[in-house]
Design a protein around this ligand. Sequence first.
Ligand SMILES: [Zn+2]
Ligand SMILES: [Zn+2]
Ligand SMILES: [Zn+2]
Length: 218
Amino acid sequence: LKAWKSHRDEYLDELHRLEGRGDAAHLHSCPKCGVRPGKIRCEDCFGEELLCETCCVHTHQSNPLHVRWNGRSFERCTLKQLGLRVQLGHVNSTCPCPRKGNVDFTIIHTNGVHSVAVDFCGCEDQNPGSMRQQLLRRRWFPGTVTEPQTCCTFACLKQFHTLTLQSKVSGYDYYRALECLADNTGINPPPERLKTFMRIVRQWRHLRMLKRAGIRYD
Ligand SMILES: [Zn+2]
Ligand SMILES: [Zn+2]
Ligand SMILES: [Zn+2]
């Protein structure tokens, strides 16, 4: 600790630097397209580049749950606000018959609670599966069997399971922590989905038990 203490101010400066434009301070345009101004930074991507809105949406097609900041005002903004739509039922192809998901579609993930614009696949010839199946095939656990409007990612369910084993954290406390990650100010709280989260956790635990026991049917 003594050795670290002499470098403490340097650490502090670096933390402050990350809250500003940092390495991108001398760049005026987005490094991906070189045309539009770079103003969005992703907290979850490695690298501190500031991208334009279009390139940010493009680079997050396969990472729709990353958290972004507007590099100009340094306010949090969502990929949904930037125009990202998540297409289910297709891999690396566009859907000719997308069916819009619920306008309040919400995903509970390890880094917070997200509002996401989702399109289900409606191609009848492709046999894309039900809404539930399309979500489960992306490792998103639907909160209801019909017209789901909330999901919890498998990664989040696994994290909560490990935490309950190691630290006995309650579902209530875990979910409230995720809400704080989404909005620590309380000004723009994410939609309330605690009850749905708890229901998903019960179903997930039940399925894990059946899977471990090698039981497929009742
Ligand atoms: Zn760009
Ligand atoms: Zn990202
Ligand atoms: Zn389709």
